[in-house]
Ligand binder design. Structure first.
Ligand SMILES: Cc1ncc(C[n+]2csc(CCOP(=O)(O)OP(=O)(O)O)c2C)c(N)n1
Ligand code: SF4
Ligand SMILES: [Mg+2]
Length: 351
């Protein structure tokens, strides 16, 4: 309940990170979601990832749309900036903020209804532009907040709680993200913290558009037999292509891995993604092969998870537009309005 405040005292045994913060310093308010909702596990994974990376909470901007999933930024990083926007409009609000202040870490949280139904256009354009962000879609296949109608990610043939069969084709946000040019593409499951936390850490350290599609069962409206987004179904059909270990920039990499089964991906900030290959033939740098792999395995009813694709040296929207290194919101009026003479020169270029 939101009116119940969390106790301020921290247990003395809680370990501080490099900034002196404990895990509790990364929490938010008490969740009002249904007990057992997958979304709460994702919030816990975000808390864990930010704590382990020693992220300064006030350097984070958490943005969301509307839905149970979009309520969750209230439940983590209570000291961060936050903006709960309109249904499906998180990506454009996030893009605007990211353009104005490039120095913050942008964490966009959305739902499958928010991203794949009303917000599909916004989802597509933020990814194709390479907005530097971590975009997490908490995917339960239904509109949880409005009582469980099928969303656009619901699988064809899936059954609703009342027995109705879903007839439309499903939108796979991960395949779309690959087509649109996202440079860090991953899928995970809210019930697999071991997989999810390093994937979030890798996404935070990635420069460019990082998308995580996290299957997050709705225990109230979509966790029954016949659903393809229930805890049981996901556990039975989860086919991970790799196990990811995030190695921070300052940590030395020792070559204690067998080439062929383990791969090291160096990110632009010097951190590494250490991938234990569960599918030896899977190549995270091959976008086209990743798309084909997803389609083949989806046709067999499997849910491909793990780090699906990464382009560690990708350019982001600021690179594309050649914006100043200084955050635009810190430029003074003098810098923004260089005077009539400078304007004459600019206008002259268009004559
Ligand atoms: C413009 C607009 N249309 C419709 C709604 C009603 N509405 C609120 S949340 C929601 C769907 C949420 O589904 P999803 O994004 O999957 O989030 P979940 O609740 O499942 O986490 C809808 C249709 C709204 N709030 N605003
Ligand atoms: S209705 Fe579903 S998605 Fe919403 S809080 Fe409850 S379990 Fe979670
Ligand atoms: Mg949903």
């Amino acid at each position: 309940m939101t009116y119940i405040a969390k106790p301020k005292l921290h247990h003395p045994s809680l370990q501080p990170n490099a900034l002196g913060f404990t895990r509790r310093d990364y929490e938010g308010r008490i969740s009002t979601l249904c007990a057992g909702c997958g979304h709460d596990s994702i919030s816990a994974a975000i808390v864990q990832a930010c704590y382990e990376l020693s992220i300064e909470p006030h350097r984070v901007a958490k943005m969301s749309g509307i839905g149970c999933s979009s309520k969750t930024p209230d439940y983590f990083l209570g000291q961060a900036h936050g903006f709960n926007s309109v249904h499906g409009r998180m990506p454009s609000v996030l893009t605007g903020a990211a353009m104005a202040n490039r120095d913050l870490l942008y964490l966009g949280v959305s739902g499958d209804g928010d991203s794949a139904s009303i917000g599909l256009g916004q989802f597509a354009h933020a990814l194709r532009r390479g907005v530097n962000m971590v975009y997490i879609c908490e995917n339960n296949g239904v509109y949880g907040l409005t009582k469980g109608q099928f969303s656009a990610t619901a699988d064809q043939g899936a059954k609703s709680k009342s027995g109705e069969v879903h007839v439309d084709s499903a939108i796979d946000l991960i395949s779309m993200a690959l087509l649109l040019g996202a440079s860090y593409v991953a899928r995970s499951f809210s019930g697999d913290k071991k997989q999810l936390v390093p994937l979030i850490k890798g996404a935070i350290r990635h420069k460019g558009a990082a998308i995580l599609d996290v299957i997050s069962p709705c225990v109230t409206f979509n966790n029954h037999l016949g659903s393809t987004k229930s805890f049981d179904y996901v556990r039975e059909h989860d086919e991970a292509v790799n196990a990811v270990d995030f190695v921070p920039a300052k940590k030395e990499i020792t070559a204690d891995y067998e080439p062929g089964t383990t791969e090291l991906v160096r990110q632009h900030d010097g951190s590494y993604l250490k991938l234990s290959k569960l599918r030896p033939d899977y190549d995270t740098s091959d976008r086209i092969a990743a798309l084909a792999y997803l389609q083949e395995h989806q046709a067999q009813g499997e849910l491909v998870t793990g780090l699906i694709y990464v382009a560690p040296e990708a350019a982001d929207l600021h690179d594309h537009l050649g914006t100043a290194d200084t955050p635009l919101n810190t430029l003074t009026e003098k810098e923004l309005c260089p005077g009539a003479k400078a304007l004459e020169v600019v206008n002259g270029e268009y004559r």
